[in-house]
Design a protein around this ligand. Structure first.
Ligand SMILES: O=C(O)CCC(=O)C(=O)O
Ligand SMILES: [Fe+2]
Length: 300
């Protein structure tokens, strides 16, 4: 290669040779597809976490729906620096690709000894996309103890079709996750995951900053795919959760196969042959000797 030639684009760099952050592996992506969440513990440095408490308490400027990420936050602003941290940038890029759109952002405050637990909910009532997803980044600048009202979520609930707070009647599902985490933790949620802020029983205000991102490119093979055929991909995708019913639990795993097919472009992928293969059978060949199908144009 001569010196004037552009660098080839690789999983780890852009065409300009710029790092894309630490991309997720296929095993991590499969884990996200199965669980509906990815947690990165203490990835934000202490100095930024201290700064965040002031920034979040002051409130955030409005970002109009659909603003491309590079236009959403001012150069050098806290949020821009947060999103440039290698693990945060790499995870975001792996999940929704470069330059996603900001749907909305919000600071979520749980006051000391204040309020009630939120009912279990997904953040959207009408978003039942089976083949694409938005992510919600949730950033916790403080250590969150069990008493502080960390976000509760239900692993593996994101692909089940329910309507927003209709899940609120469910309490204490087996396998639910009550977030307890070190300062500087970032969690990415699939938009369909059932979750809710818990009551804050502590003396401390609990801050969480959320940004919902929508992809602006097809969500296909955006992560580091070197380990695409690692057997742990299948075992992650096949995981069972203790709250699943016998039959509907199989449906969850079936739905993950559909999503994995979309994310990889592998239309033959299946977990248990012939689950998805059977259901996607739509032969186009006509039987020998059968009458040709008359189109509406022919009939006119
Ligand atoms: O405060 C939290 O932990 C979650 C907040 C939330 O999910 C919401 O307000 O929609
Ligand atoms: Fe929510």
């Amino acid at each position: 290669m001569t010196e004037t030639e552009a660098e080839p684009e690789t999983a780890a760099t852009t065409a300009n040779g710029e790092p894309r952050g630490t991309l997720l592996s296929s095993v991590q992506m499969a884990r996200f597809v199965a669980r509906g969440a990815l947690r990165l513990d203490a990835v934000v440095p202490d100095g930024m976490n201290a700064e965040a408490l002031g920034v979040l308490a002051d409130g955030m400027e409005h970002v109009p729906y659909g603003t491309p990420l590079s236009q959403a936050y001012r150069e050098g602003s806290f949020v821009q620096r947060l999103l440039e941290l290698p693990q945060v940038a790499g995870a975001l890029r792996s999940l929704v690709g470069p330059e996603p759109a900001v749907d909305h952002h919000a600071v979520h405050i749980r006051e000391p000894h204040g309020g009630e637990a939120q009912p279990l909910h997904a953040d959207s009532i009408i978003d039942v996309r089976p083949d694409a997803f938005d992510v919600q980044l949730m950033y916790y600048p403080q250590e969150v103890t069990l008493e502080m009202g960390g976000t509760l979520s239900v692993p593996g609930s994101h692909l089940r079709r329910t309507n927003e707070t209709d899940t609120g009647r469910y309490q204490n599902l087996r396998g639910q996750d009550r977030l307890v985490c070190p300062a500087g933790t970032v969690v990415f949620l699939h938009h369909g995951l059932w979750h809710g802020g818990r009551r804050n029983d502590s003396e401390t205000v609990r801050y969480m900053y959320k940004i919902r991102f929508a992809p602006r490119v097809r969500q296909r093979l955006l992560w580091d795919t070197t380990d695409l055929h690692d057997p742990r991909v299948n075992s992650e995708l096949d995981v069972q959760f203790p709250w699943y019913e016998q039959a509907a639990g199989r449906l969850e795993r079936y739905n993950r196969v559909l999503l994995w097919r979309e994310l990889t472009g592998d239309s033959t992928f299946d977990l248990t042959h012939p689950w998805v293969t059977r259901v996607t059978n739509r032969p186009t060949a006509t039987a020998p000797g059968s009458a040709p199908v008359r189109s509406e144009e022919d009939a006119a």
